[in-house]
Design a binder for this molecule. Structure first.
Ligand code: HEM
Length: 449
């Protein structure tokens, strides 16, 4: 995903736009919460109105469960107001999340997909000309989405499957035995980055640049963090802009069937200013990277958390296709997407005002016991796992869902015949974010067959 029309947009930091927004001292709502939230108590110790799930600490410390369980039960359409964001609502029940995501006329993504500053605080003219189609309404949304849709079309998936399998095998064959190593870096990042480099026809030797750019788009600047200042983020994303500028000049001359060529030559996108391509490129980089990577790591971690399920999978490898959607439900790599109310309306009996921000918590919807029995548990034969909302719902439904499922299926189809077990050696470290739910490291050991 990309927070491309969001206030802290990377593309508004592109050299062309000379954007004054966001200012370098801008603190996003998530940063503001993170700064104040290190000691946030458990849910039952808080007054209901003080519950605010947008707190990166809850996610990096893996203690978000109680906060959402209480909201689902006691206040499923929950109001918060903080200086950096103004009024916003957390939607936590499955049916409500689906209803909001399915109603693009009332709830628009055009103001951004992560919680941002109050709409009234944005500069005149909004967020400028640069955005990606995840933050657009019809008809522009559909025109631009169809430009790149073929990348995840069934025919292309069939074509790309042998390559995915070959690379997966190579990475698995190269894993060290009898020593602890980091699954995130050695397998998940490596496989998703190679995939991404293929989709973009990106110079293979430089592919880790894609990983880096993808990581920093959502990183919260903090001392000792992935990035330390907003300025550093800006500089690195400017490098990304420059790199892609060179690539699309090349593809303008010599088109291929990669994503850059599709955007540079697509009917709906070919006349867009250079900076405007960046929004869609970053959308595709981030969309295809963190999400699948974190689900790959989540699959290993989750099956270790539920060893009976891992045993069942080992004994029944034909269950891989039904395990995949269950892991995607359980992991929910993007905990929420934001919408903005176009006009006054009502959700679950609560009065929503025009311009209020709405957070559709997919993570909580996927734990809704009214839809999923024992929702906190992994059940690789869950009969309705594919009803999960991890890919969203409605017009913005994830474009890469089939590709992500394919990568996960192939990964496990190749793990099971090779390894007795992949054993998690220690707790993972987790991403410091409430928008990207994932792992920064996962120490494992493997035993070959
Ligand atoms: C497990 C992996 C993935 C998850 C959980 C995921 C999740 C999501 C979610 C939640 C949305 C927004 C849906 C909404 O607003 O209703 C989305 C949109 C999108 N995703 Fe994914 N995604 C994944 C993998 C991928 C991959 C591999 C790609 C690219 C190759 C991709 C490209 C996109 C794009 C382009 C959109 C915007 C679609 C639109 O606005 O029309 N995603 N994804």
């Amino acid at each position: 995903m990309s927070e491309t029309t969001q206030a802290q947009t990377p593309e508004s930091e592109s050299p062309e736009t000379e954007a004054t927004w966001p200012p370098l001292d801008y603190r996003s709502p998530e940063q503001e919460q993170a700064a104040s939230g290190a000691t946030v108590p458990d849910a039952q110790e808080l007054a209901l109105e003080d519950i605010n799930p947008l707190n990166a600490h809850l996610f990096s410390e893996n203690r978000w469960q109680g906060h959402f369980a209480r909201l689902r039960k006691e206040d499923p359409v929950h109001f918060n107001e903080i200086p950096a964001a103004g009024r916003y609502w957390s939607i936590t029940k499955y049916d409500d999340v689906r209803a909001v995501d399915g109603d693009w006329k009332t709830f628009s993504s055009a103001g951004g997909i992560t919680l941002g500053p109050p709409v009234s605080a944005l500069p005149a003219g909004g967020l400028g000309p640069v955005s990606s189609f995840i933050s657009m309404a019809p008809p522009r949304h559909g025109e631009q989405r169809s430009t790149v849709r073929s990348v995840a079309a069934p025919k292309n998936l069939r074509n790309v499957e042998p390559l995915i399998r070959e690379r997966t095998i190579a990475v698995l064959e190269g894993l060290p035995e009898g020593e602890t190593f980091d699954w995130v870096d050695t397998v998940s990042i490596e496989l998703t980055t190679m995939m991404l480099a293929t989709l973009f026809d990106f110079p293979f030797e430089d592919r880790r640049k894609l990983t880096r750019w993808s990581d920093i788009v959502f990183a919260i600047p903090e001392p000792g963090g992935l990035i330390e200042t907003m300025e550093q983020k800006r500089e690195e994303l400017t490098e990304c802009v420059r790199y892609f500028e060179r690539l699309w000049e090349l593809r303008r001359e010599q088109p291929g069937d990669d994503l850059v060529s599709m955007l540079v030559h697509g009917e709906a996108t070919k006349d867009m200013p250079t900076a405007a391509h960046l929004g869609n490129l970053l959308l595709l980089i981030v969309g295809g990277n963190d999400t699948t990577r974190n689900t790959m790591s989540g699959s290993v971690y989750g099956l270790n958390q539920f060893p009976d399920q891992y045993d069942k999978l080992i004994a029944n490898p034909e269950l891989v296709p039904s395990m995949v959607p269950e892991i995607i439900r359980w992991q929910t790599p993007l905990p929420y997407m934001r919408r903005t109310a176009n006009h006054d309306c009502e959700i679950g009996g609560k009065q929503i005002l025009a311009n209020d921000q709405i957070l559709m918590w997919y993570l909580s919807a996927n734990r809704d016991e009214d839809v999923f029995d024992d929702a906190e548990n992994i059940d690789i034969e869950r009969h309705n796992a594919d009803r999960h909302l991890s890919f969203g719902y409605g017009i913005h439904y994830c474009m890469g869902s089939r590709l992500a499922e394919l990568q996960l299926r192939v990964l496990w189809e190749e793990i099971l015949p090779r390894f007795e077990r992949i054993t998690v050696e220690d707790e993972p470290s987790r991403t410091f974010s409430s928008f990207v739910k994932g792992y920064t490291s996962l120490p494992v050991n493997v035993t070959r067959k």
